[in-house]
Write a protein that binds this ligand. Structure first.
Ligand SMILES: CC(C)(COP(=O)(O)OP(=O)(O)OC[C@H]1O[C@@H](n2cnc3c(N)ncnc32)[C@H](O)[C@@H]1OP(=O)(O)O)[C@@H](O)C(=O)NCCC(=O)NCCS
Length: 183
């Protein structure tokens, strides 16, 4: 397998409301890559329309609890991360996330041509630095149980599986692992 070159020109910045459209485009391209093979096309399209539209990103970008980080190379947004600085609402998550207060990495997506290039690590390092500077005790996330690449990526960054949860995509329910990293 050929690997993309390490991308040393990557910059990570907090996104602004004016980036909503561009981030929604990256989100629509990359969300299907995180879904298991049995995910239905209609369910994925429904999720993108309801959750990853430019209007939704404009809402996320205006929410005081949420932070969207964007990674750029050569001026283009090639990846983004959305963090939520709030206590987990899902009881299955609340039970297993022991680091409190913790920040959730709610979305973490890199364009296919930029995976394996350091863009993802730059995003992850930026949110870990932010969580540390805010004095949070840890970070947590949910990842589809069949998404071996993402799970390996999170393990490399110090996350371990602490539990499971379900995640609704359209009419389907997917099985996730819950992973946590303490700081
Ligand atoms: C998840 C994601 C952000 C990780 O970023 P990345 O740049 O691909 O991560 P890296 O290349 O640094 O690390 C991936 C690791 O998984 C390994 N890997 C690749 N394919 C794999 C597979 N099928 N099974 C297991 N491990 C795999 C890689 O070899 C690498 O490990 P290594 O560095 O020890 O060799 C990125 O792949 C992505 O955006 N994927 C699509 C969207 C997604 O799944 N997002 C996560 C939602 S929770």
């Amino acid at each position: 397998m050929s690997m993309p070159p390490l991308d040393e020109s990557v910059t990570v910045d907090e996104a602004g409301i004016w980036d909503a459209e561009a981030i929604a485009q990256v989100a629509a391209t990359t969300f299907p890559l995180a879904c298991p093979p049995e995910a239905g096309e209609d369910d994925i399209a429904d999720f993108i329309e309801r959750t990853l539209s430019a209007e939704k990103f404009a809402e996320y970008l205006s929410s005081p609890e949420r932070t969207v980080l964007e990674a750029r190379t050569g001026g283009e947004i090639v990846g983004y991360l959305m963090a939520v600085d709030a206590a987990p609402e899902d009881p299955a998550v609340a039970e297993v996330v022991t680091a409190r207060p913790a920040i959730e990495i709610s979305k973490m997506y890199v364009m296919p041509g930029h995976q394996g290039s350091g863009v993802s690590s730059a995003l992850m390092e930026a949110i870990i630095a932010r969580a540390t500077s805010l004095g949070r005790a840890g970070l947590w996330l949910g990842v589809n149980q069949k998404n071996a690449r993402a799970r390996r990526f999170y393990e490399k960054h110090g996350f371990t599986v602490v539990g499971v949860r379900t995640f609704v995509v359209g009419a389907q329910t997917h099985d996730d692992f819950v992973m946590q990293r303490t700081l």
